[in-house]
Design a protein. Structure first.
Length: 142
């Protein structure tokens, strides 16, 4: 039986990494690694400059999935991702996602998606991976 998830593409979000975001994320997460906060230290790192927290950038994908699946994402979602390259202050990023499969089971529909976070400037991959979410039978995507 086919599920009514007719929308194959997930919402697209665009974000700009700012120094303020990185600093605030450090305080919220407790991650005060100087590669995120100390320009002099970061300039001597393998990155050559300040870098955004990986989990900060991953949150943009979670925001996209929350927009697509609402509370179901928060309640039953799961990710498998690979961090491919860092994001830096000033980078403009775009989320990308599409539903790749849906399987109707006894009490829910299992939806799988391919997801990515891309640098708008060169379309380079920051994060790639898959997401799974369980939806009630016949739930439409927002």
């Amino acid at each position: 039986m086919s599920h009514p998830l007719s929308v194959k593409t997930l919402p697209t979000l665009e974000k700009v990494i700012t120094l303020d975001q990185i600093q605030r994320y450090s305080y919220v997460s407790g991650d005060f690694n100087p590669v995120h906060l100390d320009e002099e230290f970061a300039s001597r790192s393998s990155f050559g400059r300040l870098v955004a927290h990986g989990m900060l950038t991953l949150a943009f994908l979670s925001e996209m999935l929350t927009q697509a699946f609402g509370l179901r994402w928060i309640e039953s979602g799961g990710l498998k991702v690979r961090f491919k390259r860092p994001a830096f202050p000033g980078d403009r990023l775009r989320t990308w996602g599409e539903i790749t499969s849906q399987e109707e089971l006894t009490d829910h529909t299992l939806v799988q998606c391919s997801i990515a976070l891309l640098n708008i400037e060169d379309n380079g991959e920051i994060i790639t991976g898959t997401a799974k979410v369980r939806l009630p039978i016949n739930q439409e995507i927002k």
